[in-house]
Ligand binder design. Sequence first.
Ligand code: C5P
Length: 291
Amino acid sequence: MAGRGKMVRRDAHAKINVFLRVLGARDDGYHELESLVLPVSLADRVSVKLAEGLRVTVRGADELTRAVEAGGLNLALMAALTLAEGSEAPGGADISVEKRIPVAGGLGGGSADAAATLEALNELWDCGLSRGGLADVGARIGSDVPAMLAGEPVLMRGRGDLLEPTPVGGTLWWVLVPFAFGVRSPDAYRWWDEDGGSTGPDPRELLEAAEAGNAEALGLLLFNDLEQPVFRRHPEIEKVRDALLGEGALGALMSGSGSTVAGLSRDQAHAKSLAKGFEGAVVVSGRAQRG
Ligand code: C5P
């Protein structure tokens, strides 16, 4: 078998939704969105090599690994199955995922693993799919996968399938505060419906602040329409958001459908000092470009 023994390694980067605007429910069960998706330095490590059968091994902090098993849905495995379905590839691979990104935390960890697996298998199985072709396969795995394949800041619209690269200036430093529990996205969106769903402001000003790398201005403009519905059911998330603001974060919000809260800092030193006050907090930087 060509390429046997060759290993492809990819860093699967987490993301923060700098804003997340829910415009309304769609007929297909999804919601119409608008979001600035910013990849960050925190990453899972995905290693893939050719094998006879298909196998996925997940390693990492015990509680993260358990959560993947409990969820029962491994997006790296789904990526391999979905890619094999539409190609002549024999479909065998050994996929190993080293988890660092909290699971079901709104940081796109599972989607990032799926994106990294797709890229690695496209190479190893010689599928020859273009970026656009990979994004189409990605969209069948999950709404966030195309954005994670982009590997650079994107303005995401539609169900998550309409993407536009968006400049983000300078390096933004964030503190991520994870929780011991995750929030399932279907629940967060359903709660938005049940609560009569409100829609945040036009993001133009926020996008200008992001492009200028103006963290002070950006901090005041962060918003996530899923926050209120999730806060109502999990008030401890709101408490952490408020505590980050109280400690001097420029802005703070829940990422994606939660549970992780992201606090924006002035610089790396500020992020490190903020992180000291929150158990399990991680300092990350935004990634302006692919690579
Ligand atoms: O696409 P994905 O499988 O990640 O979506 C999980 C769930 O999140 C969907 O079944 C839906 O309930 C909700 N969702 C949504 N609108 C989106 C993305 C996700 O309602 N744009």
